[in-house]
Design a protein around this ligand. Sequence first.
Ligand code: CA
Length: 222
Amino acid sequence: MRLLLVEDHVPLADELLASLTRHGYAVDWLADGRDALYQGASEPYDLIILDLGLPGKPGLQVLQEWRAGGLQTPVLILTARGSWAERIEGLKAGADDYLSKPFHPEELQLRIQALLRRAHGLANQPQLQAAGLLLDESRQCVRRNGEEIDLTSAEFRLLRYFMLHAGQILSKSHLAEHLYDGETERDSNVIEVYVNHLRRKIGREAIETRRGQGYRFSGEAV
Ligand code: CA
C-alpha cells in the first residue's frame, strides 16, 4: 500500500516515516500544502495522512479542494491536541478519521489498517482474511489452519495488497505503483519474482496469472 504523509514538523515526519516503513507501507513525504494538493490528486495513493497546520496552504483547504475535485482516497487528519474545532472542521471537509497529537504510533497503525479495510468493503474483518488465509499485520505473517507461514517484507506487502483486492485483476505496473514509493525505481519484473515466491508459500492456485493482463488473487488453496 502506498501512502502520502503530509507533515511539516520534521522530527514527527521522520518518526512516522520510519514507523510506517517498518509496517510495510511505501510512503511519500511532503511538508508543504501546495505540493500536497497537487501530488495527492495526481499519484495513486491508497491513503493520505494529513497534518492541518501546514505552510503553503492549510491542510483543511487542501482536503476541501481534494474532495471538491472528486478525490476519494481515505484521509486521516492529524490535529492539534484538544482542538475539537479542528477535528469537527476536518471531518466536515471530508476526513475519514483523525488523530490528535501526540498519539501512540500503534494507534496510528491500527487506524490505518481499519481505514484501508473499510475503503475496500472489508470493515467486517478485524484481520484480513481470504479463503483460509489470515493475515497478521502486526507480525507480518500469514496463517492457514492455525499454521504460521513466514513472509519476507516484500511478500507481506504484496500479499496484503492482494488480500485487499481479492478477485480483481491487477497488472504488474499497477502493483509496482502501489508497492513502491515515488523515489524507488519501479521494475515490474521484480513483482513477478515476488509473486512466484509467494505462490511457493501459499499455494500456486492462490494467485492466477491472466496472460497480458496481470494477476488475480483468489486465495483458494490447492
Ligand atoms: Ca504542522
